[in-house]
Design a protein around this ligand. Sequence first.
Ligand code: URA
Ligand code: SF4
Length: 210
Amino acid sequence: MIDPAGQQVVTELEALNKQMTGCAACGLAKGRTQVVPGEGNPHAEVVFIGEGPGFHEDQQGRPFVGPAGQFLDELLKAAGLRRSEVYICNIVKCRPPGNRDPYPIEIQTCSKWLDSQLALVHPKVIVTLGRYSLARYLPGQSISKVHGKPLVKDGVTIVPMLHPAAALHQASLRPTLLEDFAQLPQILKAARAAPTPAGAAAGTQQLTLF
Ligand code: URA
Ligand code: SF4
């Protein structure tokens, strides 16, 4: 039987992402080839949030399809996750020119799209890839200190990870990323057992692993 609420999420997410493709709300609209809304399972328990589209993503309209995406596929495998069961998106949906870092105003303007996506997908676990998505949840924290350490914020488990592209520039970070991702099954298990957002305490706590 089709679950009407589940089907509604699928329809609304499709509509949202379609609407996004026409967005010109910030300066990044000028330089992009196309918007990269994100993709994956609308009912995913785990959402991955990267920084922004690069060259290949801008060409194809899909997140993480270039070299960083190939490494992300490897990392997902290490976590026992299939790409089709998770949701993957970015902090900004349009490619910053020359792959520069997104400006605060661009991140702020684009956040309405990500807010709406997360409200629909409603994940148990949010994996932040790199420092910009980390800053959305834990501003001021240093990624080199907090990567791989899950926290529960307002009932959602946040797992800060290094950005996969960092390991392409610095090979010594590969094992760190692989180790952090290998913890995800255990983190997901603990997150499933944790109280739902409605029953959870407000604020940030450490996630208790079994
Ligand atoms: N890097 C990102 O942060 N996101 C992508 O989609 C690709 C590379
Ligand atoms: Fe719109 Fe976001 Fe693209 Fe800016 S980056 S134009 S806010 S979709």
